[in-house]
Design a protein around this ligand. Sequence first.
Ligand code: ADP
Ligand code: ADP
Length: 224
Amino acid sequence: APLVAARDLVKSYGRTPALRGACLEVGEGEIVAVTGASGSGKSTLLHCLAGIVRPDGGTVTYDGKRVDLLPEDRLSELRRTDFGVMFQFGQLIPELTAVDNVALPLMLAGTARGAAQERAEEWLERFGVREQKDLCPGELSGGQEQRVALARALVTGPRVVFADEPTGALDSLAGEQVMTALVGAARASGAAVLLITHDAKVAAYADREVRLRDGAVVGAEVSA
Ligand code: ADP
Ligand code: ADP
């Protein structure tokens, strides 16, 4: 069975349809890229799978559980324990240093501050941004910020990482560094990744690419 599965997802915002019957499966440890034109429903699909947005119709399952039916408190717990999320920008808390941003998910899960900071530093080191640990997000370059965000997404050991255009605001070198870090860490931990991108070079890091058009998957799924 797939780890994550969306079947026949339908979602509208008011009268604007975002998803019209989208289906997608992600296997354990699999890296899947979702591509498609702006407005084709990529973000909405990711948000439905990650339990951030509830679909109007269809089903979302994770590890055998119906995510679309979970009550709000169980959803936030699932997101905290099993999912890591990363966006294009603006995801770090501006008032907190890099190390505090990365330590936060651990502290929310009950880890003591000292131990959380130690683990956060190890992840910053791994992604080459330990020297920046006491800087706030506004003092980091775009690439450094995304590597800190990646550390924050991975520090709790999620089974699925949801990444919405993680390299969208970066130049190609910084984008490659983020993708190498993301894919390397996912392979090492066995985490699955669902990645949205409009960049073919970024999609090439995935095992498989799924293309959306007008809220549904088009064409055959192409193996990398
Ligand atoms: P509309 O009434 O315009 O179709 P909704 O009431 O479904 O829209 O959603 C309003 C906003 O709240 C949207 O941004 C939607 O993504 C978000 N939303 C809806 N349900 C949930 C949920 N269970 N968890 C988080 N966000 C949600
Ligand atoms: P993509 O990620 O492929 O650009 P989205 O899922 O963001 O696509 O958007 C799909 C459609 O839903 C678009 O027409 C978009 O304008 C609309 N949409 C997305 N989010 C919202 C929202 N929170 N409120 C209203 N319309 C939205």
